[in-house]
Design a protein around this ligand. Sequence first.
Ligand SMILES: [Zn+2]
Length: 462
Amino acid sequence: MGVRRSRRSEARYLAAIALALFFLPPGTGWSVEPPESKPGFNLFSVREEMQWGKESAEKVDEAYPLVTNPQVLRYINELGRRLASLAPNNDPEYAWTFKVINSSDINAFALPGGYVYLNRGVIEAAENEAQIAGVMAHESGHVVMRHGTHEASQVLLAKVPLTILGGILGQSGSLTAQLAQMGVGFGVNSILLKNSRSAESQADEVGTYILYQAGYDPHVMAQFFEIIEKKYPQKTIQFFSDHPVPESRIKAVDREIPLLGPAKAWKTDSPEFQEAKNRLLSLPAPPRAKPSPSVSSGTPPAPSSRLTKFEGNGFSISYPDNWRVQLNEDSVALVPPGGIVNAAESGTAQAYGASISRFQPQNSGQGNWGLIAATQELVDTLRQSNPNLRIIEQKAMNLKGRSALSILFETDSPLQGQKERDLLVTTRQRDYLFSLIFISPESTFDTYKPTFLAMLQSLELQ
Ligand SMILES: [Zn+2]
């Protein structure tokens, strides 16, 4: 969905100026109409969005080390709230809570409902208050234009019929859990954070407007994004993956600014910013840079023999209670600590644990496919991302009365230089192929096997 802003007519422009001069107390300066673009299609009420944002923020707070320095937090929250108060389409319900993650990677993201996270690295990289205000104004743009729930709405609509959705969204209880059951979940790379290029353009547009209103040079935002990308290419990978660069960002912002009004005596810096930055710089170095604390190269501890149950959509399974559940866009991963590792090309990959997903066969006949053909199709898809996949053994099995297939693979582990063993189990569930993959490096597969079999035995399908 493209978001474009039409040029205002001279008459409206002059009317805005006249109104501003008439109504505003002296010294307030110009007031112009907010950007014309509005939030896109959305299935969620603001209340639901708030609930989802809050639950997701709790998970972020658990997953990331946070900076707790009170002066830094006070400064960031005062600045953030001042900027957010100028945002168009603001909702009085929004939380407008700004937190600082103790990571030297340059990143920032916003969750629905006004939960904004800045990495310590992005504040340390900013040269002045205007630059960090630019990042915060841009993130506020994502919030007020409801980009997280807009994306989720589109994914949901493609997956779930509206009649069912209405019932689910109307229920009380954890919205996060309900959405997770539909495969729309919070993960470090979840759709809550992934913005499209058109969403980026809209956040730029809103950010530009906010900066202008707050008295900062609105050019600074897009310029700062360019500076950090050039100056710190390794530290900004996540930022530009969460915020894909819109086409000709600087030009778009340059076109936008004259529409906002004349240049002002821009505010650039403040002693408070420099003080907050210096406080951060004087803190102990952040923990060794990792995309997320869930990513590790260490060997996971042994699986606990105590199992706990995960209730998914149409299935339940028990897993060791020292593992955690990671809800991805199209799968549920059950992962031991350190089971997700950095992989060369693909960002992160699961090296240990189990991954559950549903597969819709495309070529195996409409709803009339056989288990073997559909499984073959799934294996072909897996082979695309794992070219060295080799089948060691396959057999038919019985899964509590259901026909199932089990296939043992060998492939390359995301752990460098290691081979991996995967045990894939498939069975038909309604129109889908239900698939469960148990994953371990070859060297530890036999150690994990009893856990995998206990999990398989606990699987209940509806
Ligand atoms: Zn963005």
